[in-house]
Write a protein that binds this ligand. Structure first.
Ligand SMILES: Cc1cc2nc3c(=O)[nH]c(=O)nc-3n(C[C@H](O)[C@H](O)[C@H](O)COP(=O)(O)OP(=O)(O)OC[C@H]3O[C@@H](n4cnc5c(N)ncnc54)[C@H](O)[C@@H]3O)c2cc1C
Ligand code: FES
Length: 335
C-alpha cells in the first residue's frame, strides 16, 4: 500500500490509485473542494513535496497554470497515488471537521433564493471567520450513494456559531441547490464540512465598497454584521444588484442596519425593473451604479461576491477608477 505523508508527519497508509483528496478524507483530513472533486473549482490545489502521481488531467491543465505547475501544485481531486507521496498543506486545514446540525427554518426570500437557518450540534465545536464557506453534504440519492458536496457561504457573523444561516440560489437542474430547495425541510438533519476560504475583511482601516448579486449577499452580510459586532467603523457602501423588485430581499434588515451603523450604506440597483414601476432607487447594471457613485476609488478596498460574470465586470469598473488588484477581494460562486 502506498503511503501519504502530510507536512512531514507520520506516513498514512492509503489505497493504491486513490486521489489525494480521497486519501486525505479517508484519514479525516478534509481538503477544500467547492465542486465536490470534479476538477472545476481549483480549490483543492495542494503542494506536492515528493512522490509518484498520475500525470495531470485536462481539468488540471485549465486550473493549475505554468508557474504554479512548476512549483509542484496539483489538484488533489485529480492526482492519484502511484507510490509514496508527500504533500504540504496549510495547518488550518488540519482543523477542518465534519459537522452536523438540524435545519430549523427555510424561507423563500425571492422566487429563487432560500434563506436557511441551521442549529449546529455542539460537538465538534464549529467556529469560523466572517466570509468563509462550508461544503454541504447534499443527500441527493439514497445511501450508499456518496453525498454531493457543494460550497455555501455562512450568512451570519460568527459569534453565535450554534446557529448559522445560508442563502441558496436555485440553479435550474443543479443537483445540490435543487435538493436544498425541493427536499430539505425544517427538522431534517444536515451535515457539512468546514470552514474553508480566504474571503474575509482585511485588517486595514480604508473605506470599502462591496458588490454582490443574489445569494452573493451571504458572506457580505456575515462580514458587515461582524464589523458592527466588533465596532469596526470603516466607511462602507454595499451595492446589491438584482433584476427586478421581486429579486430584492432583507430590505428592512438593511435599513435597520444603516440606522445602527452610520458608516454604512446599502444601495440596491435594479437592472430589469419595468420603466413605469414606482421603484424610487437606482436602475441599470450594478456596475454602472458603482461608476456613477464613485468616480475615484484610489486607496479603497472592494469585496465582491456572486457570479463570475458580475465579478469580472465589477473588476473592470474598479480598475478604471483607480483601484489596484491587491485591494480587490472576491469569491466567485461558480464550479
Ligand atoms: C466558495 C463558494 C461559495 C459559494 N457560496 C454559495 C452561497 O452562499 N449560495 C449559493 O447559492 N451558491 C454558492 N456557491 C455556489 C454553489 O457551491 C453551487 O455551485 C451552486 O449551488 C450550484 O450547485 P448545484 O449542485 O445545484 O449545481 P450543479 O449540479 O453543480 O450544476 C448544474 C449546472 O448548472 C451550472 N452551474 C453550477 N453552478 C452555477 C451557478 N452558480 N450559476 C449558474 N450555473 C451554475 C453547472 O455548470 C451545470 O451545468 C458557492 C460557490 C463557491 C465556489
Ligand atoms: S475539488 Fe478539486 S477542483 Fe474542485
Amino acid at each position: 500500500m502506498p503511503a501519504l505523508v502530510i507536512n512531514a508527519g507520520a506516513p498514512l497508509e492509503v489505497a493504491a490509485g486513490a486521489s489525494i483528496l480521497e486519501a486525505c478524507s479517508a484519514h479525516g483530513i478534509l481538503l477544500p473542494s467547492a465542486c465536490g472533486g470534479r476538477g472545476f473549482c481549483g480549490r483543492c490545489a495542494v503542494q506536492i513535496t515528493s512522490g509518484d502521481l498520475t500525470p495531470p488531467t485536462e481539468a488540471e491543465g485549465n486550473k493549475i497554470l505554468g508557474s504554479d505547475r512548476a512549483k509542484g501544485l496539483r489538484l488533489a481531486c485529480q492526482a492519484r497515488l502511484c507510490g509514496d507521496v508527500a504533500i504540504a498543506i496549510p495547518p488550518e486545514i488540519l482543523a477542518v471537521r465534519r459537522h452536523t446540525g438540524t435545519l430549523v427554518d427555510k424561507i423563500l426570500v425571492t422566487p429563487d433564493v432560500a434563506h436557511l437557518r441551521i442549529a449546529v450540534d455542539a460537538k465538534p465545536p464549529f467556529s469560523f471567520r466572517a466570509g468563509q464557506y462550508v461544503q454541504f453534504e447534499a443527500a441527493v440519492a439514497p445511501p450508499p450513494a456518496k453525498p454531493v458536496l457543494r460550497a455555501y457561504s455562512m450568512a451570519t457573523e460568527p459569534s453565535d456559531s450554534g446557529h448559522i444561516e445560508f442563502m441558496v440560489r436555485h440553479v435550474p437542474n443543479g443537483l445540490a441547490s435543487t435538493w436544498i430547495h425541493r427536499n430539505l425541510e425544517p427538522g431534517q438533519a444536515i451535515a457539512f464540512r468546514g470552514p474553508f476560504g480566504n474571503f474575509h475583511l482585511s485588517e486595514t482601516a480604508t473605506p470599502l465598497i462591496a458588490i454582490a448579486g443574489s445569494s452573493g449577499m451571504a458572506p457580505l452580510r456575515a462580514i458587515f454584521h461582524d464589523m458592527l459586532k466588533k465596532n469596526i467603523r470603516r466607511p462602507a457602501k454595499f451595492f446589491f444588484g438584482a433584476r427586478t423588485r421581486q429579486d430584492l430581499f432583507l430590505l428592512d434588515e438593511w435599513a435597520d442596519f444603516e440606522r445602527q451603523a452610520p458608516w454604512f450604506r446599502f444601495i440596491p440597483v435594479l437592472s430589469h425593473e419595468p420603466a413605469d414601476s414606482p421603484w424610487p432607487g437606482e436602475r441599470g447594471m450594478v456596475t454602472d451604479a458603482v461608476a456613477r457613485h464613485l468616480p475615484d476609488l484610489t486607496g479603497q478596498e472592494a469585496y465582491l461576491c456572486g457570479s463570475p460574470g458580475m465579478i469580472d465586470a465589477a473588476m473592470a469598473v474598479l480598475f478604471a477608477r483607480g483601484m489596484t488588484p491587491d485591494r480587490i477581494f472576491y469569491d466567485k460562486f461558480s464550479v
